[in-house]
Design a protein around this ligand. Structure first.
Ligand code: UN1
Length: 513
């Protein structure tokens, strides 16, 4: 493991305004909280305190909500391209702070600097996308069956959109929702993960400056508080027509149920159990780099992380050897050190989940081919791990948020696809092949059942231009690009009669005279 630089330069904390103690509730102005409880943000790299946040209470939530609703009254009447112009200014600010924010994400969450900056790039990309979208919130026009009638549909803003995000993408997933919702005319109420509160404060600081200048505070709102308090209040709040949530299947099931009960909309982006199939004719260099980045990148803590690989039997042994060598070359350590490829897990609980999973793997007959241990010393470091597994091992059906990769063998592609699909989750999937028939089978109706299906690209690292999300227990939601914007708006079908008499559809006669 590379040494943690204790004398590390943390000036980025000052530049982002997150040094010391921050407040946890904001509607454009920070709210002096009515409660005194503090959340301590700890770096997973050396377990040092980075800063503190005064947690928002239910009252603070209420205050922010009132301000957000007031802001919606104004924001919804701003023409969409002008809303896009404000988002363009935001994108500019995120560009200016890319390095600092990337460093903070790395330091608070544990992903390496390059991935931290990549996450900020994702924020910038979705903001740019939203700017263009602000002139493309198109509705269809239809031909009416009645003479002298015109039909069309238009899209109106929804209101206050609740956004609940996870620690692993503490900025980008907020941005997927917030940038799109903002050009749609909504206002956003964000509850970030309690594991990454300072990234949220830093982002809110950036939004505050831009929105103040633009004269529209209250569009981007933040409540950092206990899940049981502000999280529960948010999902139960009938004033929030859409709750977008990222997290575990367990969490999503609960949110989906509560929001459905009040007939609200939910957009769920939940667990994955993503697999890569490697056929016998695949370019194995490409497969190797796709798999290693997918399984080890972000220390296996992406919802798109590669958790299972299916190797054609003829290449399985030699390819597994190559994987072992690649794993042995991974430098683990301080994510801000440029030579490091894998940082720590997010906290002690994540290490325990990793260790528990390994225990279960052993009892279920899995063979650990590489890794399998915690790295001693301060911080929450573990070894990236390779496991020779059998599809009947129940643990391979679960998502463990850690760098554990299960290796399976197959004889024909149909069998590999069947095994790949034989899990409850359905987020991301990939095949490495040069065989057109295998690639097209994988992409066909009887191919991958996931929301994302890639050929000669790994499971993680999707671009924002496509709709992002998955099927089955992954929750069915779609965020980011393509036409995902539609969930942030309400559709209205309008029929205009420009004749001088009322005509009924379907030829119904109802003469009252
Ligand atoms: C997530 O892990 O919740 O496709 C999001 C990817 C990233 C986003 C992951 N663009 O891996």
């Amino acid at each position: 493991m590379s040494e943690t630089t204790t004398s590390m330069n943390t000036d980025f904390l000052t530049r982002l305004g997150v040094q010391g103690t921050s407040l946890g509730a904001c509607w454009g102005e920070w709210v002096e909280t009515s409660e005194g409880r503090e959340l301590v943000s700890v770096s997973p790299t050396d377990e040092s305190e980075i800063g503190r946040v005064k947690m928002a209470s239910k009252d603070d939530y209420g205050h922010v909500m009132t301000k957000a609703r007031e802001a919606f009254e104004t924001w919804r009447m701003v023409p969409a391209p002008q809303r896009g112009e404000v988002v363009r200014l935001l994108a500019h600010e995120f560009r200016r702070h890319k390095e600092d924010l990337g460093a903070l994400i790395a330091w608070e969450m544990g992903k390496i600097r390059s991935e931290g900056e990549g996450e900020v790039q994702e924020i910038i990309d979705i903001a740019d996308f939203a700017v263009g979208l602000s002139r493309q919130l198109y509705g269809l026009t239809m031909h009416s069956e009645r003479p002298g009638h015109r039909m069309y549909e238009q899209w109106h803003p929804l209101g206050v959109v609740g956004v609940i995000t996870a620690f692993n993408f503490p900025g980008a997933v907020w941005a997927w929702n917030a940038m799109i919702a903002a050009v749609c005319g909504d206002v956003i109420l964000w509850k970030p993960s309690s594991k990454t509160p300072l990234t949220a404060v830093a982002i809110q600081n950036i939004c505050n400056r831009v929105m103040k200048e633009a004269g529209c505070p209250g569009v981007f709102n933040l409540v950092i508080g206990a899940g049981r308090e502000v999280g529960e209040t948010l999902i139960n709040d009938r004033r929030i027509p859409l709750v977008s949530a990222t997290g575990s299947c367990h969490m999503g099931r609960r949110i989906g149920e509560i929001v459905a009960k009040r007939l609200g909309r939910s957009l769920l982006e939940l667990g994955g159990n993503n697999a890569i199939i490697v056929t016998e004719d695949a370019d194995l260099d490409m497969a190797l780099s796709g798999i290693v980045f997918g399984a080890v990148g972000t220390a296996g803590q992406r919802c798109t992380s590669t958790r299972r690989i299916f190797l054609h039997r003829s290449i399985a042994a030699s390819f597994t050897d190559r994987l072992k060598k690649a794993y042995a070359s991974i430098s683990i350590g301080n994510p801000l050190d440029d030579s490091v490829l894998m940082g720590p897990l997010v906290d002690e609980g994540a290490v325990k989940d990793y260790e528990d999973a390994l225990e279960t793997i052993r009892t279920q007959g899995g063979e650990i081919l590489y890794g399998g241990k915690r790295v001693e010393g301060p911080g929450f470091f573990v070894e990236p791990t390779l496991v020779k597994a059998d599809p009947d091992m129940p643990i391979t059906k679960d998502e463990t948020f850690a760098p554990i990769l299960y290796i399976f063998e197959f004889d024909d592609v149909d069998e590999a696809i069947r095994m790949q699909n034989d899990v409850d989750q359905g987020l991301s999937s990939a095949i490495f092949t040069r065989d057109l028939l295998a690639a097209e089978t994988f992409l066909s109706h009887r191919g991958s059942d996931c929301g994302i299906a890639n050929v000669n690209i790994g499971t993680s690292g999707a671009e924002i231009g496509g709709a992002f999300g998955g099927e089955k227990d992954t929750g069915g939601g779609r965020e980011a690009g393509s036409d995902s914007w539609k969930i942030y708006m309400r559709r209205q079908t309008c029929t205009i009669n420009w004749t001088k008499e009322v005509q009924l559809a379907q030829g119904v006669e109802f003469d009252v005279s």
